[in-house]
Design a protein around this ligand. Sequence first.
Ligand code: KG4
Ligand code: ZN
Length: 400
Amino acid sequence: MSSGASGLILGIETSCDETAAAVVRRGTEILSNTVASQIPVHSPYGGVVPELASREHLRNILPVVRAALAEAGVAYEDLDAVAVTEGPGLAGALLVGISFAKSLAFALGKPLIAVNHLEGHIHAVLLEEVLRTAPEGASRQGDRAGLTLALVVSGGHTHLYLAEFDTEAGAWTYRNVGRTVDDAAGEAFDKVAKLLGLGYPGGPWIDALAPHGNPEAVPFSFSQIKAKVHRRGEPGALDPAEAIYFSFSGIKTAMLRYTQVYEMGASIEARRAALAGLADAKPADALPLCDRRTLDLIASFQRSVVDDLRRKTFRAAERFGAERVMVSGGVAANRELRVRFTAEAPERHLPIAFPSLALATDNAAMIAAAAWPKFVAGDFAAEGLTAEPSLRLGSGGLHG
Ligand code: KG4
Ligand code: ZN
């Protein structure tokens, strides 16, 4: 199918704890990007509660879609297609978005496009890049793209992909060349913040407090990580010896041990109680509640995680001959990560790109953008589309 009359795609994203809808024209122009966050709902539990997430998505989906259309000044009939995240994510949460998108597409008689959430995160960067570099009127993604190494780093994922635009097929292809063997990096931020009596999600709290501590105070070491699980025989399967592996559960345990050795338990509980007593606690409220040792620990943790991500990402770029690097997902919002990746890139002669802050964490503009090449190629969802909680992206056979 050739590109549609309006080029307008409504994106819907409900894979985790954000109900999001957006209208994007031709994969590059964001007309609206609405996100209803569930942070206050899950905050008291220090993590996402799946049942509550589904309930909140049900409550929010229609108002969020309406708001996205209203902000874009677009009517349902103007849309060319509806795109929705099919996975990976929480089954019940995904199903709310999928059922809604299916009914809407059916009622409107428009095509439905299924998008992998991880591909969405990669398109959060591509979307803006096309905006920055495309000549007037250009609508083809990837025209300028060489072989790209993408680090997708969020609360649920730490993956390295080689991404390339296949001009003949008009589609992006992905090869998985790295992954975590245990926790995702964002999960480590969240768990460590919880351990230290800080708020949820932990990333923004640690990001805000780390500059007040000494990042070299506590030396954490990432031991040599061996691949525990790997598959062979899949198309494009990677030799495990070539793949890059992350592990973030060790540093979490080291942090716990540190707080025990230095008997930080009482001060952690005091901080937790003080923050719980505030109506809408922010990272700035935690600063006066943290002593030097705590701030140094936070700064050292962040430095270790960021440097491990940085070292392995650039190692992968070299190993696989990538022409540029991009970082996306919630952890890509981290300021120290941006600074340290940006400092290294020129030394490696590699361009580097991040999404803007609004597009780093979960949103639907990235889903609508990833759907555009699929729309142009006529790659529509089957009638039986359903949630795929453990959906993988691309070839490589690395997923455990
Ligand atoms: O991409 P995302 O919104 O959802 C998932 O797909 O998981 O990522 C959320 C994750 C959380 O773990 C959160 O703590 C982390 O991203 N995060 C950050 C920052 N902002 C969000 N981590 C470090 N620094 C930040 N500034
Ligand atoms: Zn995400």
